[in-house]
Design a protein around this ligand. Sequence first.
Ligand code: PMV
Length: 318
Amino acid sequence: KRNVIVSSPGKLIIGGEHAVVYGRRALVTSIGMRLYMQLTAEEQTNEPTSPVLKVSFQDTNQQHLIDLSNIQNSYPIEIQGILFVYNHFKSFVSDRSQLNIQVHSEIPIGAGLGSSAAFSVCLVGCFYLLYHKTLNREDINELSYKVECIFHGTPSGIDNTISTYGQSLVYSRAVKKHINFRLSNLAIIDTGIPKSTKRMVELVRLFVESNQQEGERILNDVERCVDSMIEHSEQIDQLFQENQQLLKCLGVSTLEIDNIIEILAKKNISAKITGAGGGGCLIALTSCFTKDQILDLLQDNHIKSIAFVECGVEGLRE
Ligand code: PMV
């Protein structure tokens, strides 16, 4: 019986979401919420001997049992991701293998905090560690991007890259560069409004295609804003507001989000969407307010949760 356990972090996009899909630079940081995955390979002694995969999601109590010699087309998307990675490593798996995957996530699912990327990175990381005995980050990042494509269509790759490498990154499709960027007073506000990254990316695509000049101008302004965040972190409050305005121009804010941001602005708290928008999470800069005080301010807005998180943590690890 062989057994590996890995974990990788969630993320917050500090600035540049959506524009990053169009090759612009974004600023992203890993957060102190992780997804944990265990992969065990056992040799079955009983007949019949076709390989079997067992997956259990501990947080939702969901379990799946899959006969790997008879793969169907109708599995949930997470299982399709697992089968894609299994296929990649298939030549190392014997006919008698029983593979067991267990998943536990501290990262809330579908909130724009990178849970799916952490899942993809851990998944590839587990198979890598079990069959190649190393965690080659470059290879793992590349393959986990392909898993992310199964989940999200054509993502920019920012989520799997930060989850693989950790810390904080200036990321574009062409360049990834670690930077020393930390915010000690960053609150994540989960609006509890469901969002679809795919739908929001599509919405922005329609906007950019039908307003080409304006679209390009906004995307360039977003990138300038990101560059300023990196170079002039003392102006981060102002830059949060600017980036939020640009996201609003791209059409990914909502009346509810605008309303929350306006209430916070009255108390001098700068906030912006993080991730795809349309719902999901906001990030806010505040050193003067506690979690309960912010919840109080937003009591009519049905906020799901507020968390202060650590930024710039370690990426994929054993
Ligand atoms: O999935 P989210 O909510 O973290 O959004 C990802 C960021 C986008 O820029 C909107 C999409 C992408 O692939 O970069």
